[in-house]
Design a protein around this ligand. Structure first.
Ligand code: SAH
Length: 502
């Protein structure tokens, strides 16, 4: 791609186009509303086709790499523009009919028009591109099978994406906003439309566990019957903001969370009675209060309306208690694969001390603890740390301990207290690791670092810092946790250079 190339001197001046329309910048070859034929050469990180025409870049939602499309220019900037797909002149062999009825409107999935093997390949390439462009890392040519020393010296081995055999109905958690239908004023719930906060009413979501869809349908119906008022972002009025449904796929236990804009949920007892009557697998009904005008889903106050504070699930024989506010990976089948890779890259022999930073409810920590000497987990959400401690006890795991707080504060303190680690595992949120944490890792000098990442760009940025500090990235495996969406998860194995050179 050539987004930064100057087109000075080559631009054609087209003057102002019609009344009120802003003039296109002089060096763009197109202007708004013009129809163009474009070759698609790639996909952006959010799934838009990247088109090139007359040396200019146009982003086109819905277009796939290798396609030639006719598109209408909607917006022109100096170096690039946006166009709307009008017609496929030459379709990609990887193009498929999206099976979901509301795919075109709904912002939940981005790649339902791209067949699954092509998606997996694109996800791998997306990781490689980030490692090379942002991380300035050298990647071994495709087909390098194993990450042994020889191949690693020729660059990082990036394995094929681990995909799902049956990539549908994989999500164990549905979390959707509640609003009002513009057509008939009815209470609705569903994902936001692409690029907006307009709710697309949803009854059946093909990436969601059926039981979660059932919860959303039932909550909508009860809300309508009880006359509950949906939250309105613009005015800040209304009661119901969000509904979250979580299913323990192995245990069958379910939790329903109603996020409200008020402390007291009107007709709370009736809500409980009806949810229990209609959804017998629900073991926990929770209210979370969020009275702020914010996009953040949860507020600080969480209370159990009925049943247990947690539900249970199992991964690879380990049992986990999960409370409403705790992070728990949404695709349990792939999670087990992800964690097995993390444990494999940790290279444990049974004696090592391991730190699991950003540990959530201690999932990776407990997988590690089965093969390590001692594991220390740290996580910022106190409820998640309570779950983590409970989970260690539940599984009679005695060599793991947990502390609540920011990893970048707690781990430097541990270091001062004399704790050192042979292996550090990090699994940060999308923004990546705090610089202070990376500094602490470099000071602590573990033999291996395992980086689990849900964002290839911050991953690449952080790997660069660790490489500059004396670590070598050995291998990377993308794991498809979120089929049909643009999201890519990766596990990375790193080693300290002076160790690998021995
Ligand atoms: N490893 C866990 C959780 C990964 S998600 C699992 O696989 O389930 C990332 C976690 O980082 C979340 O639980 C989030 O609450 C936590 N987090 C975010 N910022 C943090 C920080 N500065 N320090 C520690 N944990 C943090």
């Amino acid at each position: 791609m050539n987004k930064g190339r100057s087109r000075g001197g080559k631009g054609r001046s087209r003057g102002a186009a019609g009344s009120g329309a802003a003039a296109a910048p002089v060096d763009a070859p197109f202007q708004k509303n013009e129809e163009v034929t474009v070759d698609i050469i790639g996909l952006t990180h959010d799934g838009e086709g990247v088109g090139r025409a007359e040396g200019f870049t146009l982003f086109i939602q819905g277009a796939l790499p290798g396609e030639r499309v006719r598109a209408k220019v909607m917006k022109v900037k100096k170096q690039y523009g946006y166009a709307r797909l009008e017609e496929l002149v030459q379709a990609s062999p990887s193009r498929i009919e999206a099976p979901c009825d509301i795919y075109k409107e709904c912002g939940g999935c981005q790649l339902q028009h791209f067949d699954y093997p092509a998606q997996l390949e694109w996800k791998r390439q997306h990781v490689v591109d980030n490692l090379v462009r942002i991380g300035k890392l050298s990647v071994a040519s495709e087909g390098a099978a194993a990450a042994n020393e020889e191949q690693a010296s020729g660059g990082i081995v990036v394995h094929p994406t681990i995909g799902m055999v049956e990539p549908w109905r994989y999500r164990n958690k549905a979390s959707v906003p509640i609003g009002t239908s513009a057509q008939d004023g009815k209470l609705i719930a569903g994902f936001y439309a692409r690029g907006s906060h307009r709710i697309i009413d949803m009854d059946d979501c093909l990436i969601e566990h059926e039981d979660n869809d059932e919860v959303i349908r039932v909550v909508k119906r009860i809300g309508r019957e009880l006359g509950a008022t949906p939250y309105d972002e613009a005015s800040g009025r209304g009661v119901l903001r969000h509904v979250m449904a979580r299913t323990g796929v192995i245990t069958g236990e379910m939790m329903v969370v109603l996020v409200t804009n008020v402390k007291k949920l009107p007709a709370a007892e009736e809500w409980v009675k009806r949810i229990r009557a209609e959804l017998p697998n629900v073991k926990s009904i929770v209210q979370n209060v969020n009275e702020r005008n914010t996009n953040v889903i949860f507020g600080d106050e969480t209370r159990v309306l009925w049943g247990s504070e947690v539900i249970y699930d199992e991964l690879d024989g380990i049992r986990f208690a999960i409370s409403a506010r705790s992070f728990y990976q949404v695709n349990p089948m792939q999670t087990a694969q992800l964690y097995h890779k993390a444990v494999e890259y940790a290279g444990l022999t049974g004696t090592e001390t391991v730190i699991d930073a950003y540990c959530g409810i201690g999932t990776i920590s407990l997988f590690l603890a089965r093969q390590a000497g001692r594991v220390y987990g740290v996580e910022i959400v106190p409820e998640a740390i309570e779950d983590a401690a409970r989970n260690a006890a539940l599984n009679s795991i005695t060599n793991a301990s947990f502390e609540a707080g920011p990893a970048e504060v707690v781990i430097p303190r541990w270091r001062k207290e004399g704790i050192t680690a042979d292996v550090i595992v990090v699994d940060p949120p999308r923004k990546g690791c705090d610089p202070a944490l990376l500094e602490t890792i470099l000071a602590m000098k573990p033999e291996r670092v395992v980086y689990v990442s849900c964002n290839p760009s911050t991953l690449a940025r952080d790997l660069r810092v660790l490489e500059d500090g004396g670590y070598r990235t050995v291998e990377v495996v993308p794991v498809d946790m979120f089929p049909w969406t643009v999201h890519v998860e990766s596990v990375v194995g790193m080693r300290r250079v002076d160790v690998t050179n021995n």
